[in-house]
Design a protein around this ligand. Structure first.
Ligand code: NAP
Length: 247
């Protein structure tokens, strides 16, 4: 294994939190693989930025909700080709609506991308990391999965599921020296929150002890720590990075 490049895979690494995480992991010396689904130019820009700073990166189009594609992606690009040191399950979407107006397809789509997609990548990564007897997995949850939110029943269910999945996988994989943790961001300035009105933004800020929304870099720093050797005795944990919101 030692001759293979130590690689970090970040799903949804083309924008927002995933992009900042990819850059942080590249700074820490990993070859970085990012996935995207709809924005090849943004993904290419992340790769170029990493390469401009002397790093190594590649971008792959992969819909994480398609488990066959996920399995094929791991077989073609990861297994026996790189040392998979880190998986960051970051890809996520929202399709918000109030409970009584929520359509089945919007519930299913959010569960399929945010939870089943993370499961599919976790399963493939686990097979490889168990064999390596080394690896760090960080799942991106959300403050919404911890405290709930009106209008986000699908998203809250998926993110609460991420927490349970993290704790279960940590118990299964610990004996093989593979850590599995969850970072739960609060309200972070990305495309996902860009459509919030100033009024809602002000309401959120007022509920945050540190008085501001977070940046993607705030989350990336926590993910990079949990993925690093410094966190090698931490597993099954949920780290809230939310400016002090108590859940
Ligand atoms: P974002 O800016 O909207 O970026 C979402 C990323 O996910 C993009 O790279 C996108 O790819 C990718 N993606 C979307 N659907 C996908 C699919 N089916 N398969 C693979 N990749 C897919 O989101 P963000 O705010 O950075 O959020 C990142 C993660 O943090 C998500 O899991 C989100 O739930 C979580 N989170 C965010 C916040 C927040 O306030 N922003 C708070 C708590 C948790 P393309 O660029 O190709 O579309």
């Amino acid at each position: 294994m030692s001759e293979l490049s130590s690689t970090a895979l970040v799903t949804g690494g083309s924008r927002g939190i995933g992009r900042a995480t990819a850059l942080a992991l590249a700074r820490n010396g990993y070859q970085v693989f990012i996935t995207y689904v709809s924005k090849p130019d943004e993904a290419a820009a992340v790769v170029a930025q990493i390469e401009d700073h002397g790093g190594v990166a590649s971008a792959f189009c992969l819909d994480v909700s398609d488990t066959d594609s996920v399995a094929r992606f791991f077989a073609e690009n990861i297994k026996d080709k790189v040392k998979l040191s880190v998986l960051v399950n970051n890809a996520g979407i929202t399709k918000d609506n109030l409970l009584i107006r929520m359509k089945d397809e919007d519930f299913d789509r959010v569960l399929n991308v945010n939870l089943r997609g993370a499961f599919a990548c976790l399963r493939e990564a686990a097979k490889i990391m168990m064999r390596q007897r080394a690896g760090s997995i960080v799942n991106i949850g959300s403050v919404i999965g911890q405290m709930g939110n009106a209008g986000q029943i699908n998203y809250a269910a998926a993110k609460a599921g991420i927490i349970g999945m993290t704790k279960s996988a940590a118990k299964e994989l610990g004996a093989r020296n593979v850590t599995v943790n969850c970072v739960c961001p609060g309200f972070i300035e990305t495309d996902m929150t860009a459509s919030l009105t100033d009024e809602v933004r002000a309401q959120y800020a007022a509920s945050i002890p540190l008085g501001r929304m977070g940046s993607p870099e705030d989350i990336a720093a926590a993910v990079a720590f949990l993925a690093s050797p410094a966190a090698s005795y931490i597993t099954g944990q949920v780290l809230a990075v939310n400016g002090g919101i108590y859940c």
